[in-house]
Design a protein around this ligand. Sequence first.
Ligand SMILES: [Zn+2]
Length: 216
Amino acid sequence: MRFIITGPPASGKGSVAPFITKEYNILHISTGQMFREEIKKGTALGLELKKILDQGHLVSDELTDEMVRQRLNQDDCKNGFLLDGFPRNINQAKYLDAYLEEKGLKLDFAIALVADKDIIIKRLIGRRVCQTCGKNYNIYFTQPKKEGVCDLCNTKLVKRSDDTLEIAEARLQIYNEETAPILKYYEEKGILLKVDGNLKESYDTFLQIKEKVNAK
Ligand SMILES: [Zn+2]
């Protein structure tokens, strides 16, 4: 199975992804994660990516398309994938279709999470991350037992540098202008699955997705 998952920032894509990849035995490919790994490595590309993302801007189509193409070409994607963070606009959606067609493949479903603005903003600016074990918290929704400290490994929690209100609103606006049009694109192809992204439990979001996949 080949899926893309889209939705405004903090609509729960990353949290629901593991349920989907486990169910369909496929790989989770997150462009955000790919970018952060590159930044962590401190390469020239990483520095360029950090500058773009810190300003709340989008990475260019050329750069993103190329990183995604190289990733999808690897053997571990043969059984399928869940693409998260890509495509972010119509051009990238067309690029993905052309890439798959060239390989004699096609996208099975485009999952679109839909969430309310106030929930999205709180999820974004309230997010705190444990850099040791990777567990995510939120000061509005899922607080750790002891303030500012990870429940699992006792590490001090950090706020990511791009989780500010200003950047959150900029990202939301960019989503609405640039990315939201791909919903119509996939709807016309008959593969769009619209899902409620406001739910607290990611597993419940997953159940909605599974039900819709089975119904098709
Ligand atoms: Zn931890």
